[in-house]
Design a protein around this ligand. Structure first.
Ligand code: SF4
Length: 83
């Protein structure tokens, strides 16, 4: 699964530089997460770094449209490391 940022985002930008996959970007209204790049930080850290630094952590949720197992997330991370 990838994570997603909800409209509770206060647009502080703390999350963007913390993402190991450069999955976070400033959207039109709030920060957004590219589900193609988000690995929930699997293979990098035990904790999603964006949620860890977010002052409103309840604004960072599981993206229901991006359901992946931990193994699939790790494979995604390894493939990105190769590229
Ligand atoms: Fe990036 Fe990790 Fe947040 Fe996904 S969970 S957007 S990989 S910091």
């Amino acid at each position: 699964m990838a994570l997603m940022i909800t409209k509770e985002c206060i647009i502080c930008g703390a999350c963007e530089p913390e993402c190991p996959n450069d999955a976070i970007y400033a959207g039109e209204c709030i920060y957004e997460i590219n589900p193609e790049l988000c690995t929930e930080c699997v293979g990098y850290s035990d904790e999603p770094q964006c949620r860890l630094v977010c002052p409103v952590p309840e604004s960072v949720l599981i993206n229901p449209d991006s359901q992946e197992t931990k193994g699939e997330l790790l494979k995604k991370k390894l493939m990105m490391d190769i590229d």
